[in-house]
Design a protein. Structure first.
Length: 155
């Protein structure tokens, strides 16, 4: 497959997953979420879309680097972990915004955080840049986990 096309597809995968979950859960964001008690450090709503867009772009580029790398004993595992964290990422929006299951969303995001950490280490074994590109994602999900936990405690 052409490298440019492969890169585009790798970027479109997480962007599409993010867009799909965003569209499917938008009504919960505009209604139910507004009624929740939130911590003082809750960022303004307009910040989430650009941050997630950048993170999904980095995720896609990172995934492309893994796919383009030479075979290693970590490559298959890296791909599996990437898929797992993407599924957990997709599910979180539904658990939290669509079904209002704050506790289940908190469990999901902790599992997502663990899978991202594992993905960073595994990607790093395959391609150092690919692993490092995921660090902002881990940092943001760390913050999001704290936010989810705070909302859980306040509500």
């Amino acid at each position: 497959m052409n490298k440019i096309l492969k890169l585009i597809l790798c970027i479109l995968l997480p962007l599409s997953i993010g867009a799909l979950s965003g569209v499917a859960t938008a009504s919960g964001v505009r209604s139910w979420y507004l009624t929740l008690e939130k911590p003082f450090f809750n960022p303004p709503d307009y910040l989430f879309a650009p941050v997630w867009t950048v993170l999904y772009l980095l995720m896609g580029i990172s995934f492309y680097l893994v796919l383009q790398s030479k075979f290693s004993r970590y490559k298959r595992r890296a791909i599996q972990i990437f898929v797992l964290q993407l599924i957990l990422n997709f599910l979180w929006s539904f658990l939290f915004f669509k079904f209002h299951l704050i506790t289940a969303a908190l469990i999901d995001i902790v599992l997502m955080w663990l899978s991202i950490l594992l993905m960073i280490f595994t990607f790093y074994e395959v391609d150092k840049k690919a692993g490092l590109l995921q660090v902002p994602y881990l940092l943001w999900v760390t913050f999001a986990t704290l936010l989810n936990a705070s909302i859980w405690m306040l509500n």
